[in-house]
Design a protein around this ligand. Structure first.
Ligand SMILES: [Zn+2]
Length: 362
């Protein structure tokens, strides 16, 4: 194996067409500003290295990259490559991964618009990512504990599974096919429109107009927050824990939930069955004092009160202790509710007046 350590390369195709290469503590930067350092290479191991030039890994096979940094100048780092493992690496250039096959990414930090298009088999674990149009048109993704931020994620993906992830996104999973999302938080507007055979299990879904025009959609024990005009023209089977703001003309299937503030069924093709299991118990919101929290005491942890928007954080039981979920003390929340009609003035528009059944214990 050829070894390079503590060297700097800046020429065009510096290590082009290599087979069996160890690159350790090297830097790819300099005035020659050359591209495609390790193009058309195989069996490459890269450790603790720095990439500031464009297209370092194109048409490569068997690449291991650890503890390295690809700067924002390192555009389109990994394209058309196969069997790549990347660990503890920062990928900060635009379009860092495209049209690759059999990729493993662990403990990485990605900040790359248009990351991950047209890939086949990507396993990602314990990684943070910031990207727009993340993973578009890819298939066979398996993600675990991935925190992603950015609009238009996972559009047109197929045959994929996501476990314990947090996605802060918008227009995510549009046209996705055969996808399972488990134990995850998916925050964002217009979730998964036009998807087919997508299942959410034990997830929290946040945002306006989720899950419209879907085929074969399933929700198993999911919570839905700020979800209005949900399920429009969708074929859906859903068990929802708690309530939604509104449901609009779901096409077929069965939706089971405790409560919907509004049920709009004015389309003759809307034939889904909506079943309400009104909970036997309600709990008092510690902030506004109305009985707005649905379920037994244990079930209401982290529910958001629709009247004052206080999140039922356990630490909020004590007036003066700081509630992380609400970013204030309960005493402050109560004072704000008195003054503004919301636990925080920012949430005034999200709050609604208490209903009759919320005035006292059910
Ligand atoms: Zn309240």
């Amino acid at each position: 194996m050829e070894t390079y350590s503590n060297e700097t390369f800046d020429e065009e195709r510096a290590l082009y067409g290599s087979t069996g290469l160890l690159v350790d503590h090297c830097r790819f930067e300099g005035p020659a500003d050359g591209e495609s350092a390790m193009k058309e290479s195989r069996d490459i191991t890269v450790k603790d290295s720095y990439f500031d030039l464009r297209y370092p890994f194109w048409h490569d096979t068997h690449v291991v990259i650890t503890d390295s940094l690809m700067t924002e100048h390192c555009r389109a780092a990994l394209w058309y490559s196969k069997d790549v493992r990347m660990e503890r690496t920062k990928a900060y250039g635009i379009k860092a991964l495209r049209e690759c096959e059999n990729i493993e990414i662990r403990d990485c930090d990605i900040c790359s618009p248009e990351f991950g298009w047209f890939n086949d088999s990507v396993r990602m674990k314990d990684t943070t990512a910031e990207s727009e149009y993340f993973m578009m048109h890819s298939k066979k993704l398996y993600f675990e504990n991935v925190k992603m931020r950015g609009k238009y994620s996972f559009q047109y993906i197929e045959d994929s599974e996501f476990v314990k992830c947090t996605f802060d996104t918008k227009d995510a999973f549009w046209h996705a096919k055969n996808v399972v999302v488990r134990d995850s938080l998916v925050k964002g507007e217009y979730l998964a429109w036009y998807c087919e055979n997508v299942t959410f299990i034990n997830c929290t879904i946040v945002g306006t107009q989720p899950l419209c025009y879907c085929k074969g959609l399933k929700l198993v024990d999911c919570k839905m927050i700020d979800a209005d005009l949900s399920f429009e023209k969708s074929e859906v089977d859903a068990t929802i824990i708690g309530s939604v703001l509104s449901i609009k003309n779901p096409k077929s299937g069965e939706i089971r939930l405790s409560h919907a503030d509004e049920l709009i069924m004015d389309d003759p093709d809307a034939k889904a069955v909506i079943l309400f299991d009104e909970p036997e118990e309600r709990q008092k919101c510690p902030c506004c004092g109305y009985y707005t929290l649905l379920g037994s005491e244990g079930d209401t942890a982290y529910e958001i009160c629709p009247v004052c928007y206080w999140e039922n954080d356990i630490s909020g039981e004590y007036e003066t202790s700081y509630s992380g979920a609400n970013d204030m003390t309960l005493a402050e929340g109560r004072a704000n509710y008195e003054k503004y009609g919301a636990c925080d003035p920012r949430f005034v528009k999200k709050c609604r007046p208490p209903k009759k059944e919320e005035q006292k214990h059910a």
